[in-house]
Design a protein around this ligand. Sequence first.
Ligand code: 6GU
Length: 264
Amino acid sequence: MTQTALIFEVFTLFPEVFEPYLQISILQRARQRGLVEVRLHNIRDWATDRHHITDDEPYGGGGGMVMKPEPIFAAVEATLGAPPKCPLILLTPQGRLFTQAIAGELALGGLERPGEPRRLGLLCGRYEGVDERVRQHLVTDEISIGDYVLTGGELAALVVIDAVTRWIPGVLGDPDGALDDSHASGLLEYPHYTRPPVFRGWKVPEVLLSGDHGRIARWRRRQSLLRTWRRRPDLLEKAQLSDEERELIQKIQRQGLSIEDELV
Ligand code: 6GU
């Protein structure tokens, strides 16, 4: 058994939505192998009143409800220490936009405590939001997963757990697995094919059946560049490209696509 690399401490009003997704595929395997651990904390368990109320009306009026500060502080401080000894990330549409690079930083960066696994607190907002004092005095970072509004931070927390876990060494079978993912290199991934070689008359590109690894690698890199150029030209500006690759892009821009380049 490997030493646990990372523990996610999740604070939520709906812990039950996490389990099914954590119990399948790569995340399940990573947890079983002890590479990551996900601990779920129900904020409601830390409400001290008879009805375990966790929300209240906003001061100043207006619609919606606001998450009360007391149960959140109680849950987080009992679990992470007072003040918390690890980062506490609030999932909110007002946070900084989550990217593959941020996932990598969260997985590998930060303070290493000798002999202790790293921990990452994730606080899932609900309703109209959380009391501002939680942001000001408890939360250390705020993350959004995109410019749209979700009902709560739970789906976003799962997105963060998934993307961060993929960066932990040993989680993906291939040691370079995470490096091949779309966005890891700054480019979109090349097209994938599997058997059969002809399906309903549609052929797998001949180069992939050639067994020529050099040709295959060049074809994939070219397809990656083409696909990124067509779909996400904004990524090309930031991507780390060789001089040869920059030249290739300029050539494509001058000449358009060549015949063997499908519309990717
Ligand atoms: Cl992190 N939370 C909510 N409620 N909505 C979102 C989001 C987070 N990211 C994008 N939309």
